[in-house]
Write a protein that binds this ligand. Structure first.
Ligand code: NAP
Length: 187
């Protein structure tokens, strides 16, 4: 198994949503400072893992290596736009061994099913940005376990991740960021 470090990235509303009821990112979750932070993080990553819808919705002008989750993949398949993976047919260990034989940092920007899957695989870090004061009615939560008062933070804590200090990315809002890491990563 190559040495990999898995980092999740999400911007969420006060009610833990990443998208609106129609599956689109609402304006209240778009922020330039968060986008700049996310892009800088992608520059440090060897591969970006994302769901098919997110892949189709977000062009890849820098030609970064992508690993796209889709049930349309026969398992793990190299296409012109990246590696296409179905985790029901090929395990994470086998997929990442092929995609990153030398190891490296793995960026996981969602969506929800992908965030859920990596809760089981295990995040080394989760970069949780909050657009404070926003509410997305009937939206898609970052983790399917976010229901009622069960927050994203509670789910990350249950998985053994610990929050670093909260930083302000943009005083308007404000937009805040907390990086959650495994306790090993915090030492
Ligand atoms: N606020 C944020 O930080 C944030 C983060 C991520 C996404 N978003 C927004 O959320 C929306 C997209 O998210 P989404 O959750 O609707 O879709 P998504 O995760 O981008 O794509 C969902 C698709 O990915 C494939 N997939 C996901 N998990 C899979 C699995 N375990 N096995 C096989 N295939 C799998 C399936 O493709 P097939 O149908 O081909 O099988 C599924 O239909 C966009 O609007 C995006 O901008 C926001």
């Amino acid at each position: 198994m190559p040495q990999v470090e898995i980092h999740g990235y999400a911007i969420v509303s006060d009610n833990d949503c990443i998208a609106d009821a129609s599956g689109h990112t609402p304006e209240v979750l778009r922020n330039e400072a968060d986008w700049a932070y996310f892009q800088a993080e992608l520059n440090k990553s060897a591969v970006t893992v994302l769901g098919r819808l997110g892949h189709e919705a977000n062009p890849n002008p820098k030609g970064r290596l992508r690993l796209i989750l889709s049930s349309s993949s026969p398992g793990l398949e190299r296409r012109a736009d990246g590696w296409w993976w179905d985790p029901g047919k090929v395990s994470w260990e086998d997929a990442i061994r092929t995609v990153l034989p030398e190891g490296g940092r793995v960026a996981v920007p969602g969506g929800r099913q992908v965030f859920d899957l990596f809760l089981s695989i295990g995040y080394d870090a989760f970069h949780l940005t909050r657009a404070e004061g926003t509410h997305v009615p009937d939206g898609i939560p970052v983790f399917s376990g976010c229901q009622g008062s069960r927050s994203a933070e509670a789910i990350l804590a249950e998985r053994g991740l610990v929050s670093g200090e909260t930083q302000v990315l943009d005083p308007r809002g404000p937009i805040t960021l907390a990086i959650w890491r495994t306790s090993a990563g915090n030492r």
